[in-house]
Design a protein around this ligand. Structure first.
Ligand SMILES: Nc1ncnc2c1ncn2[C@@H]1O[C@H](COP(=O)(O)OP(=O)(O)OP(=O)(O)O)[C@@H](O)[C@H]1O
Ligand SMILES: [Mg+2]
Length: 619
């Protein structure tokens, strides 16, 4: 099995990925089928023992025959038990193999999904789906399914006993099969509902957990609790319906099977009375029919799980098809010259509204670009496209002429530093977070921390760099979190550093440190893009892009752009440094130059006030 574990990786048709992993288990499934066949055959042991005892031992009163038969039957019963154990273990191993081959891929899809589609629910449904499929495969369900095909064989044997016994058993089997089909049809809807309500319920619980403080402070917990309760009720109702179908029809099929067993006994008795069959046949046929149809009962009882697993499998297959494995890209040399946008347009994942339209510009190594504009003008969206998080629907982002899609994501990531607007750190130590969870040496981590001027603040933490951050880093002050995230962005000197509102939580000292960091990226020949609301973050940049309503309203050297769009009173006039790296590198004027305009008005607002006041804000 393991030899084919990555067979799907090379598969040109991504939709068959799951099927390919299953196909890699064909041998194991064939083994299970063979074991099931032998085991079904062995199920006859009891009936034939009965037949022999009645028709051979009792008339002949032969104890040696009875002993021999008993020993044989005991051996066969144990053999059957052993086969069942082996079959169960093979199925468990199949599911473990599936996990090994696909779980990484499914995790990858789960974390890529929010970048391409607007999901409903909590976004973790694929993981639950995968658990469902795997859980089903290692449960009792598949065994019953493997036993079902043997029903005709038993029916045939019933006909061998006597025509009318065969007829009675066949009629019973038909009823049981109809019951199975009914279960299938009736449980589909509730099962699908249960999955989707379950996901919605999960999403509400997670939202509540994330907003625990708000809920508590404003006494909203009761009301959101009601919402959750409503979702929970729907989930339980759907779940209950699915269970009712399985349970109800399972009971019906059990009753019917017992009834059938007695009916066959009655037919056998009738035939025995009319001397058309022996007493042994009568009993053996009755027991055999009961045994033969037992898998139907198990199958009906497990049908809910089967339907749920099948639906989960379909959903997973569709998701893997939507998010095919990323192709192995060629290794490109590290970028060192330019960042260029050509006619870039963006639509947020899963929406159909343009939030960035036809933006073009280019910046060279050593330059710093500030992006300003009112809230909702598409600055963060643009930043996401620059780092390859959102795929453009039109246009390209190019690093040294190669569009981002030509890079393998992990390789590209080494050349990119990104500080998102809403900083969240991952659960781990400060060191791990700065090192992006690589096993970098402490010197590299410390260098990044120093570049973000956060080294001494980290040393002041209880366990320094080894301090555990906790989920999302909530225990750290926002300013520190932001600076640790800045260090993470600067780690290993990436060529392109994109900072989305990096100063939103910084004090003036932090502002200066940020400017210093921006200038040092530029002086080592990198490119920095800074999205900003507050002008203080723009001290270190020399180019400026003004966004409005998703469009680039102005782009060029910072001084020129500011002169064009800002009223002179609001312009942070003489103080703005020319900011060329060669002037900055050795000098000290860079970060310490006073920059903010006297009004203190955020630059974005001023720019737009002059820009196109008639255009309504798109939000
Ligand atoms: N993940 C998202 N899903 C859907 N729409 C989004 C998403 N992110 C942004 N948008 C939409 O895109 C538009 C631009 O938002 P964006 O966050 O890029 O603006 P911004 O200029 O960064 O604003 P701010 O200054 O408030 O951060 C908005 O209309 C917003 O609703
Ligand atoms: Mg933003």
């Amino acid at each position: 099995m393991s030899a084919q574990s990555n067979a799907y990786g090379a598969d040109p048709a991504p939709r068959s990925e799951f099927a390919a992993a299953l196909a890699a288990c064909t041998g194991a499934f064939a083994g299970v089928a063979v074991i099931s066949a032998v085991s079904s055959f062995l199920m006859l042991t009891g009936s034939f023992f009965m037949l022999e005892v009645y028709d051979r031992v009792l008339p002949s009163r032969s104890l040696p025959t009875l002993t021999a038969l008993a020993v044989l039957a005991t051996g066969l019963f144990f053999l059957q038990g052993a086969l069942d154990v082996i079959r169960g273990r093979v199925l468990v191993r199949i599911s473990a193999f599936l996990d090994e081959s696909l779980s990484g891929r499914i995790y990858d899809a789960v974390v890529r999904l929010p970048l391409t589609a607007r999901g409903s629910g909590d976004g973790l449904q694929p993981l639950r789906d995968f658990d469902l499929v795997r859980g089903f495969l290692s449960g009792a369900g598949p065994m019953a399914l493997f036993d079902l095909p043997w029903i005709p064989f038993y029916l045939f044997l019933c006909f061998v006993f006597h025509f009318w016994i065969g007829v009675a058993a066949t009629a019973g089997a038909v009823v049981l099969i109809v019951l199975t089909l009914l279960t299938e049809i009736l449980s589909r809807g509730p099962s699908r509902d249960a999955a989707s309500f379950g996901s919605a319920r999960q999403a509400l619980a997670q939202a509540g957990r994330r907003n625990a403080e708000v809920l508590r402070a404003m006494g909203m917990a009761g009301r959101t609790g009601n919402l959750w309760g409503e979702a929970n009720r729907k989930y339980l109702a759907a779940h209950g319906r699915a269970s009712d179908v399985g349970g109800g029809l399972g009971a019906v099929s059990r009753v019917f099977r017992m009834l059938l067993q007695s009916a066959i006994l009655a037919v056998g008795a009738y035939l025995t009375i009319n001397q058309q069959a022996s007493g042994g046949i009568m009993l053996a046929a009755s027991v055999m029919a009961g045994r033969a149809l037992a898998p139907v009962e198990t199958a009906v009882g497990n049908w809910k799980g089967f339907v749920a697993a099948r639906q989960a499998y379909q959903r997973l297959k569709m998701m893997l098809r939507l998010l095919p494995q990323e192709e192995n890209q060629m290794d490109l040399p590290a970028p060192e010259e330019s960042l260029a946008l050509q006619g870039l347009s963006l639509v947020p994942p899963g929406l159909d509204k343009l939030v960035v339209m036809d933006v073009s510009f280019s910046v060279k190594a050593g330059q710093g670009l500030g992006i300003i504009g009112p809230s909702g003008s598409g600055k963060s969206s643009l930043a996401r496209a620059l780092v390859g998080v959102w795929q453009p629907i039109r246009g390209r982002v190019r690093l040294d002429g190669a569009s981002l899609s030509q890079w393998a994501p992990e390789a590209l990531g080494q050349h990119i530093g990104y500080l998102p607007q809403d900083v969240e750190l991952l659960d781990g130590t400060v060191e791990q977070n700065i090192a992006r969870f690589t096993d970098a040496g402490s010197s590299e981590v410390i260098a990044a921390a120093k570049a973000a001027s956060v080294h001494s603040a980290i040393l002041a933490l209880p366990q320094g760099y080894r301090t555990r951050i906790g989920e999302s880093g909530a225990a750290l002050p926002a300013g520190l979190r932001q600076r640790i995230a800045l260090a993470r962005a600067l780690f290993r000197d990436p060529f392109l550093v994109v900072l989305d509102e990096p100063n939103s939580n910084l004090d003036s000292e932090g502002d200066q440190a940020l400017t210093q960091a921006i200038l040092s990226v530029r002086s080592r020949g990198g490119i920095v893009v800074v999205v900003a609301h507050r002008p203080s973050a723009l001290a270190g940049v020399d180019q400026l892009l003004i966004m409005n309503q998703g469009r680039a309203q102005a782009f060029g050297p910072k001084e020129q752009v500011l002169q064009r769009v800002l009223p002179s009173s609001a312009r942070p006039a003489a103080g703005l440094p020319p900011g060329r790296p060669q002037q900055v590198a050795g000098g000290n004027q860079g970060g310490r130059t006073p920059i903010a305009g006297g009004t203190g008005t955020p630059i974005g607002q001023i720019a737009i006030a002059r820009g196109r006041p008639k255009v309504p804000d798109g939000r």
